[in-house]
Structure formats: structure tokens, C-alpha cells
Design a protein around this ligand. Sequence first.
Ligand code: AMP
Ligand code: ZN
Length: 137
Amino acid sequence: MSECIFCKIVNKEIPATVVYEDDEVLVFMDIGPIIKGHTLVIPKKHYDPVTETPDEMLAKMHITAKKIAAAQMNGLGADGVNIMQNNGRASGQEVEHIHIHVIPRFADDGHHWNWHPKKYDDFDEMNNLAGKLREQL
Ligand code: AMP
Ligand code: ZN
């Protein structure tokens, strides 16, 4: 994936502020933080999207995200943490190399997600959608 910006960071072709790395994952500061301290966890090998990423790597990434969350709370004094992972343009994904956002949250940070809960027309509509999901599992 020679054009992938996160592969270029892994290969040290472009700089990043690294927080942690081992043989499998790299953790670095997001250049456009939602909240200062916003960090990205990526596999060193290129995978995308989540449905094409091996289970073992997903486990490793999420265990790493948990450690980063603890570091944000203990090291930055965060009161909470958002852990997010986008897949596909419709979800807002911009970089097509799987990554977990680990975002420190502070009681007074003033950030609000644009999160407006909707309603189903009725119970049948919700149950029909659940049925389509169950058929795939
Ligand atoms: P997403 O919308 O989930 O694909 O998120 C991509 C994230 O990558 C955004 O939060 C960007 O700010 C971040 N990003 C893009 N390029 C870089 C870079 N060169 N170094 C660090 N973070 C980056
Ligand atoms: Zn890549």
C-alpha cells in the first residue's frame, strides 16, 4: 500500500509523534485532535476495513487502546475516554488503514458529539432489522 499515509508513517517515510510501538502495532498522536491528547492505534501491517482485519489483530489493537485509555486518565488527568473506529466513507472514515481513535475526555472540554437519537416507526420495523442481522450471524 505505497500510497497509504499510515503505511508511510509505519515505514518512517513521513513523521509522527509516536506514543508506543511493538512488532504489531503503532500508536501515535492524531495530527487533528478532537481533544488534545487524541491518539491513534494502528496495525503495522495494512488492513481495512474491520471486517477484513484478523481477529487476533483486532484483539491486539483493542488491548492496546485500553492501555492508552489508562495512560490518558493517569497521565493527562482525563475524566473519561472515547474509543472509536470508523469504516467506510459513509461512517466518516478518511484514512483507509484501520485505526482506533482513543480520545481523552475532560469534564469541562466542551465537546459534544452530533448524536441525535431517532425513533423506529414501530416495534415491527426494529424487529425486522434485527432479523436481518440475526440471519447473518
Ligand atoms: P478517520 O476519519 O477515522 O479515517 O480518521 C483519520 C484520522 O487520521 C483523523 O483524525 C486525522 O486527523 C488523522 N490523520 C491524518 N493524517 C495524519 C497524520 N499524518 N498524522 C497523524 N494523524 C493523521
Ligand atoms: Zn496502510
